[in-house]
Ligand binder design. Structure first.
Ligand code: ATP
Ligand code: MG
Ligand code: MG
Length: 351
C-alpha cells in the first residue's frame, strides 16, 4: 500500500495518521520536536529540522505523497520535497494561506468579501490604514499567527503605537473590526478528480482567541448555508486544490465575510469524527492518496468542545458522560492554552 508523508506531528498529524491506518495506509511523520503526538500512532517518524536536507530527502523518498498539518513549511524545504514527490495541497494554497495579505488579495480577487484591510509596516502606514478601515480594528502579523497570537486590538487611534510595537517589526495587516452575528466555518474537500464535498457548516465560539466549541448544525438560514458551501467550493476550485480545507467565515447582516482559510484539516472539523460516516481526516487522506471522496453527510448533531490546559482535570468526569466521545492527544504537559484533546457530544440529528 501507499505511504503518506505528513509534515508536522501535532494532534492533526496524529488524527490523520489514525485515519490513514484505518484505510490500510502507512504514515511517515516529519517533525522537529521530539515525542510528538503523531509519533505514537504513525508507522515511522523522522525527528529532524526543516534545514536538514538529507533528512528531508530520505523522508520524501520513503513516501508516495506528501501532505501537511500546518501551513508554515519553510520554502527551502518545500522546494526540495516538491522536487521529489507530489505535495498536496499544492504550493499556491500554502503560499496564500501563509500570508494574510496574499490570502485577502486572493479572496477578494475571487469576488469574495473580507473585512476591510490595509498593509502596515510603519507608524505612517498604520495611520493611513486606520483612515482607510476605521476603528475599532485589529492589527495582525501577516505571517505565523495562530490561536489569536500576533494580534492587537485598536479600539481608538491612541492604541496605535502600542499595537504597532507589539508586532515587533513584523509586517502586519490592519483589519476593520467585524461586528459579526456569529462565526461559522466550512470544512470542504476536493479530490484529485476535481470533485468537491463540503461538510455541514459549524458554528464556532472562541475564548481568548482559541476555538472553544463548534456546534453542528450552525444557526444559518438555508440561503446563507448554501452561500457558505459555495464560497468554500469556489476557493477550492480556484486553487486546483487537493485535500481538506477549513474556511472561517463571519456572519453579518450584509452576508458572509471570509476571515481566513487553512489549507489542512481544521479544529472546527473535529465534530465530523462522530457526526459523519467519513470524517475530515479520512477525507483528507482519501483526497491526497487519490481515492474517491467519502460520504461526509451528517448523521448526528454534535457539539465539539476543546480541552485546553487544565480542562484535562475534567477527563475522569467526561469519561462517564453518555453520548460523549473523548479524543485525547497524548501530550505530556497540560500547559495553559495548549490543546490537549476534545470531546464530541453527540445527539440525534434534528435538521
Ligand atoms: P486560528 O487559530 O483560527 O488560525 P488566528 O490566530 O489565525 O487563529 P484569526 O482567525 O484571524 O486568528 O482571529 C481569531 C479570532 O479573533 C476570530 O475567530 C474572531 O473571533 C476574532 N477576529 C479576528 N479578526 C476579526 C475581525 N476583523 N473582526 C472581529 N473579530 C475578529
Ligand atoms: Mg489562522
Ligand atoms: Mg482563525
Amino acid at each position: 500500500g501507499a505511504v503518506i508523508g505528513i509534515l508536522g506531528g501535532g494532534q492533526l498529524g496524529r488524527m490523520l495518521a489514525i485515519a490513514a491506518s484505518r484505510l490500510g495506509l502507512k504514515t511517515h511523520i516529519f517533525e522537529p520536536g521530539a515525542d510528538c503526538p503523531a509519533s505514537h500512532v504513525a508507522w515511522k517518524t523522522t525527528t529532524a529540522s526543516y534545514d536538514d536536507s538529507a533528512a528531508l530527502r530520505a523522508f520524501a523518498e520513503s513516501v508516495d505523497v506528501i501532505t501537511y498539518e500546518f501551513e508554515n513549511i519553510p520554502t527551502s524545504a518545500l522546494d526540495l520535497l516538491e522536487s521529489l514527490r507530489p505535495v498536496r495541497p499544492n504550493r499556491r494554497a500554502l503560499a496564500i494561506s501563509q500570508d494574510r495579505i496574499a490570502e485577502k488579495d486572493f479572496l477578494t480577487g475571487l469576488g469574495l468579501t473580507c473585512a476591510p484591510y490595509a498593509t502596515v509596516q510603519t507608524m505612517d502606514d498604520l495611520a493611513a490604514a486606520m483612515a482607510k478601515v476605521g476603528t475599532p480594528a485589529i492589527l495582525k502579523t501577516t505571517r505565523l499567527g495562530y490561536d489569536g497570537k500576533g494580534q492587537a486590538r485598536i479600539m481608538s487611534p491612541q492604541d496605535a503605537p502600542e499595537a504597532l510595537a507589539s508586532m515587533q517589526g513584523a509586517a502586519s495587516v490592519l483589519e476593520g473590526f467585524v461586528n459579526f452575528e456569529r462565526e461559522v466555518s466550512v470544512i470542504a474537500a476536493r479530490g484529485l478528480d476535481g470533485s468537491v464535498a463540503a461538510y455541514d457548516p459549524g458554528e464556532n465560539v472562541h475564548r481568548s482567541g482559541i476555538l472553544h466549541t463548534t456546534t453542528i448544525p450552525a444557526r444559518l438560514s438555508p440561503s446563507l448555508r448554501s452561500d457558505a458551501v459555495l464560497v468554500a467550493a469556489r476557493i477550492l476550485n480556484a486553487l486546483d486544490y487537493v485535500g481538506v480545507m477549513g474556511v472561517e467565515l463571519f456572519v453579518t447582516p450584509q452576508g458572509l465575510l471570509v476571515n481566513e482559510i487553512a489549507p489542512r484539516v481544521h479544529n472546527s472539523g473535529h465534530w465530523t469524527q462522530n457526526g459523519c460516516a467519513v470524517d475530515q481526516f479520512e477525507q483528507h487522506i482519501r483526497a491526497v492518496a487519490g481515492w474517491p471522496l467519502g460520504d461526509g453527510s451528517r448523521h448526528s448533531d454534535v457539539v465539539m468542545e476543546n480541552l485546553i490546559g487544565a480542562d484535562m482535570d475534567r477527563v475522569p468526569a467526561l469519561a462517564r458522560e453518555t453520548g460523549t466521545a473523548l479524543h485525547l492527544y497524548g501530550k505530556a504537559e497540560a500547559k495553559t492554552g495548549r490543546k490537549m484533546g476534545h470531546v464530541n457530544r453527540v445527539t440525534q440529528r434534528k435538521g
